[in-house]
Design a binder for this molecule. Structure first.
Ligand code: C5P
Length: 401
C-alpha cells in the first residue's frame, strides 16, 4: 500500500525518538521512501547517522544549509513528499505548529508544506494535559492535522498517563489510512465503543460486559476505507485499533461530551453499550459498612442517550447516524421501534440470547434496519460484519462515487 510513496519524517526531541528509528524500518519494508528530518533537540536522542543509515537517505537538519538550498530548497523538500509525519511530536513542536512559527527546518517545512500532516505526540503526562497543550491540540485539529496517539501507560520519566508515543505499527496504520485511496478518504466518522463505568464511590462502579470488539472492528474497517476515525471508547477489554484518534472516557456523560467535541462528522456510529442509568448519589469517599446490617440505598438518574441526542441535533447533525440494538426477542420489531424512537438513520440489530453465542463471541448475525426496511445478513465473523457495514456507510455517504 505504501509502495512508491514518500514520507517526510520529522523526528522531534523526545525519548520516544528511538521508536522512530523502527518506524523508518517499518515504512521502508512496506515500500515507502523516507526523507528524514531531525530537529536540534531530536539529535540529543538519536544520531543523524543512525537516521540516515536506516532511511538510506540524507538526514536533513539545518534550515540554513546552503548546499541543501542549492540542491533542494526547503519549499521543495516540504512538497516532494506524499505525506508529512511528525514523530515524536513534542509539546514544543506542536506549539510551534499551532502558532505558525518557522524558526528551524522542521517548523519551516511544516509551514511550507501543502501535504497532509500526521503527528504522533509524545510527552510527559502533565505536559500533555497542560491547558496550553490542550489549546494547541484543539487548534491543530481545527487545521486538519491528524493525530495518532498518544497512548496511555508508563512513561520514561516514571509517571503514568497519556503521553506515550503510539507504537511504530500504529503510526504505520495511520499513515496507510491517510495514503490509501479508499472511498472514505476525507470523511470523518465518530465511533463509540465499549462499556461505560458509572461510579458508585471512588472504588466501585456499575458496568456491563461489553468487550468493545464490534466497535473496534468497525473503527478499523472504516479506517481501512480511508476515513478519519475518532474512536470514543469506554474501558473495553480489547485494545483500540491503531491509526485512529482514540478518546478514552469512563461515563456516559463523558462519552456524550467527547462525541460532541469530535463533531463535525459525516457519520456517528454508536456501537457502545452505554449504561442507561448512573448513580445519582455517588459518594465522594469509599462507602463503608456501618454495622447496622442495612444496605446502602442507591438513587439512579437516567443517563443522556448519545444516539438519540446526536440524531436529533437541530444544527450540524451528521449525515448518517447509526445505532446498535442487542435484543433477546422480537429483534426486528424492537429494533424498528428503537430506530423511530431515537430518530437515527439505521439500527444494526442482533440477537444476543446466550444460545446464539454472539455476546463475547467472534461471530455476529445482524439485521440492518433502515428507512427502507429490514435486511437480514448471514452469520459472519465480527470483522466481516464490520467491513460490510463500513462499505455500506461509504455507499450511504456517496463516498468514492
Ligand atoms: O436503547 P438501547 O440501549 O438498546 O439502544 C442501543 C443503542 O443506543 C446503541 O447504539 C447505543 O450505543 C445507543 N445508546 C446511547 N446512549 C445511551 C444508551 C444507548 O448512545 N444512553
Amino acid at each position: 500500500m505504501l509502495s512508491g510513496k514518500r514520507i517526510l519524517l520529522i523526528i522531534g526531541g523526545g525519548i520516544a525518538a528511538y521508536k522512530s528509528l523502527d518506524l523508518i524500518r517499518r515504512l521502508r519494508e512496506r515500500g515507502a521512501a523516507v526523507t528524514p528530518v531531525l530537529t536540534r533537540a531530536g539529535e540529543e536522542f538519536v544520531t543523524p547517522l543512525s537516521v540516515a543509515a536506516l532511511a538510506g537517505e540524507k538526514c536533513y537538519r539545518h534550515l540554513f544549509d546552503l548546499t541543501d538550498e542549492a540542491e533542494m530548497g526547503h519549499i521543495e523538500l516540504s512538497r516532494a513528499a506524499d505525506l508529512v509525519v511528525v514523530a515524536p511530536a513534542t509539546a514544543d513542536l506542536m506549539a510551534k505548529m499551532a502558532g505558525g512559527h518557522a524558526d528551524d527546518l522542521a517548523s519551516t517545512l511544516l509551514m511550507a508544506t501543502d501535504k497532509k500532516v500526521l503527528i504522533a505526540p509524545a510527552m510527559n503526562v502533565r505536559m500533555w494535559l497542560h491547558r496550553a497543550t490542550q489549546r494547541n491540540i484543539a487548534m491543530l485539529r481545527a487545521d486538519d492535522i491528524r493525530f495518532v496517539g498518544p497512548n496511555e501507560g508508563d512513561m520514561a520519566c516514571g509517571e503514568y498517563g497519556p503521553g506515550r508515543m503510539a507504537e511504530p505499527l500504529e503510526i504505520v496504520a495511520g499513515i496507510e489510512a491517510m495514503m490509501g485511496d479508499g472511498p472514505l478518504q476525507g470523511r470523518h466518522v465518530v465511533v463509540t465503543s465499549g462499556p461505560t463505568h458509572e461510579p458508585i464511590d471512588p472504588v466501585r462502579y456499575i458496568a456491563n460486559r461489553s468487550s468493545g470488539a464490534q466497535g473496534t472492528a468497525l473503527a478499523r474497517a472504516l479506517r481501512d476505507l480511508g476515513a478519519r476515525v475518532t474512536f470514543v471508547t469506554g474501558p473495553a477489554s480489547v485494545p483500540p485499533p491503531g491509526g485512529v484518534e482514540v478518546v478514552q472516557i469512563e461515563t456516559a456523560r463523558q462519552m456524550l461530551d467527547a462525541v460532541k467535541t469530535a463533531l463535525p462528522a459525516d457519520a456517528v456510529i454508536c456501537a457502545a453499550a452505554v449504561a442507561d442509568w448512573r448513580v445519582a448519589n455517588a459518594s465522594g469517599s469509599k462507602m463503608k459498612k456501618d454495622g447496622s446490617g442495612k444496605a446502602p440505598a442507591l438513587d439512579f438518574a437516567e443517563n443522556p442517550d448519545i444516539l438519540a441526542t446526536i440524531s436529533q441535533m437541530k444544527k450540524g447533525r451528521p449525515a448518517l447516524v447509526v445505532g446498535f440494538a442487542a435484543e433477546t426477542d422480537d429483534v426486528v420489531a424492537h429494533a424498528t421501534t428503537k430506530r423511530e424512537r431515537k430518530h437515527c438513520d439505521w439500527i444494526v440489530a442482533n440477537d444476543v440470547r446466550p444460545a446464539t453465542g454472539i455476546m463475547g463471541g467472534t461471530e455476529n448475525a445482524v439485521t440492518l434496519i433502515s428507512e427502507t426496511g429490514a435486511e437480514e445478513w448471514p452469520r459472519l465473523p465480527k470483522d466481516e460484519v464490520a467491513r460490510g457495514l463500513a462499505a455500506r456507510i461509504a455507499a450511504a455517504l456517496g463516498a468514492g462515487g
